[in-house]
Design a protein around this ligand. Structure first.
Ligand code: MTE
Ligand code: CO
Length: 428
């Protein structure tokens, strides 16, 4: 598709086949951006027989478990080198700039592990519930499969997502600024079902959740949340969890920071007060401008980002019809509305939600515009069902200062230039 074609009238006449003429008419009238068929230079991809139509393709059993076609090999997780001290205690990022819809395939979902991903078989798996319960219990994997199941879709966002952007625009790409997030359909057992089996004593108010890996990633979670909607999940997007996401079972804590979603979950202790573990004291607290740290900031507030166009997804087709798209989510419930601006926040248009917002799950939005080829300051701003509106960077800094890493949910700006390339910038 070239700009030259866009501006030319379709040439009729010496078509080799009748359908070319129809294509030319339909192409010119339906979509301004589509290339009009050129009868004087027939497209070999249409008029000539291609290799793939001459021979048999691969058999169905060529690849027992399918992978994306090689042309999509750039849709992969990536690291930021200076953030990745070593790969066992590390982070990588979901290529959100290249995905659409809302479900994140496990194969490109970001990972974060504090002491590496462990290989734990179903046969070796045990889940213990102890502490302030009537009957301490140990479940095998097979036991978990016999409890009534639920299937629910939720986002997981690392508390540190966008954490490098507090002091200024830094990482050039939605994958790097916002890619510590994924959204999967989980199948598993409600934790309330298992805790009722053990019988929580009246003094029980908190639980400690621990993983089987060396870091154990222990976190205290209020019993109320645990009994409300937390799950022990063993399937994601219909299939077993990948090893890196906690095979064979992980904790799901809808809407709350990713660190609490303990992978390879092995023990749940009921207690009457929080444990004050490393992950909830020296880490995952937010230091304010005056040096005081906020603690127990569990919920991920409403946030959105334009995924395309963006620095890794530039506009390559010139002016005319342009699909602006992105993601919105809220740990406090459903997204109700997303606005998009192309002029750095002076004027806003309401975007179209691909489907009504679901509680604590990613929502896809689209805004279809006719791009005039001029530069844009592109932003999205979401609203959730509590009436909360995503703040600007300046608003967030006013309250939180510059010392934070975690819980940065501010409005993101992409400076889209006339050549279609885009850059991470700030506007005030
Ligand atoms: N659970 C265990 N056992 N060990 C870990 O290192 N990392 C936590 C959390 N659960 C971690 C863990 C962090 S910080 C995040 S953001 C999420 O898992 C990441 O989940 P993912 O790797 O499936 O994306
Ligand atoms: Co994390």
């Amino acid at each position: 598709m070239s700009d030259e074609h866009n501006t030319q009238e379709p040439v009729m006449g010496t078509t080799r086949r009748g359908f070319l003429r129809q294509t030319a008419v339909a192409g010119a009238s339906l979509v301004a951006g589509a290339t009009a068929a050129q009868a004087n230079s027939p497209d070999p991809l249409i008029v000539e027989q291609q290799d793939w139509a001459r021979e048999f393709g691969d058999g169905v059993d060529a690849v027992p478990y399918g992978l994306p076609i090689r042309f999509e090999s750039d849709v992969v997780r990536r690291n930021v080198e200076w953030l990745t001290a070593d790969t066992t205690s590390s982070i990588n990022f979901t290529p959100i700039h290249a995905l659409d819809g809302t479900i994140t395939p496990q194969g490109c979902a970001f990972e974060r592990h504090h002491s590496g991903a462990i290989e734990l078989s179903k046969a070796d798996y045990r889940l213990m519930i102890n502490g302030l319960v009537d009957t301490p219990l140990v479940f095998t994997y097979a036991d978990l499969e016999r409890f009534p199941r639920e299937t629910r879709t939720y986002f997981l966002e690392c508390a540190a997502n966008t954490g490098m952007e507090w002091a200024g625009a830094q990482l050039n790409g939605a994958q790097f600024t916002h890619g510590m997030i994924h959204n999967m359909e989980y199948t598993g057992v409600m934790l309330s079902t298992l805790l009722k089996e053990a019988g929580v004593k009246p003094e029980g108010k908190w639980v400690l959740v621990e993983g089987a890996d060396a870091s154990s990633n222990g976190r205290s979670i209020p019993l109320e949340k645990i009994m409300d909607d937390c799950m022990i999940a063993f399937k994601a997007n219909g299939e077993a969890l990948r090893k890196e996401h906690g095979y064979p079972a992980r904790l799901i804590v809808p809407g709350w920071e990713g660190n609490m979603w303990v992978k390879w979950v092995r023990r749940i202790e009921v207690g009457d007060q929080p444990w004050e573990t490393r992950e909830e004291t020296s880490k995952y607290t937010d230091t304010l401008a005056n040096g005081v740290s906020r603690k127990w900031t569990w919920v991920m507030d409403a946030k959105s980002v334009v995924t395309s166009p963006s620095p890794q997804a530039p506009i390559t087709h010139g002016q005319g019809p342009l699909v602006i798209t992105g993601l919105a989510w809220s740990g406090n419930g459903a997204i109700t509305r997303v606005d998009v601006t192309t002029d750095g926040g002076k004027t806003w248009k309401e975007a179209r939600l691909a489907a009504p917002g679901q509680k604590m799950a990613l929502t896809r939005f689209y805004l279809d515009i006719n791009w005039d080829g001029q530069e844009m300051l592109l932003q999205s701003r979401c609203h959730d069902e509590t009436g909360y509106v995503q703040p600007t960077k300046d608003q967030l800094r006013e309250v939180r200062g510059l010392n934070s890493i975690y819980h940065n949910n501010c409005i993101q700006t992409w400076w889209v230039k006339a050549d279609g390339s885009a850059e991470n910038v700030e506007v005030s």
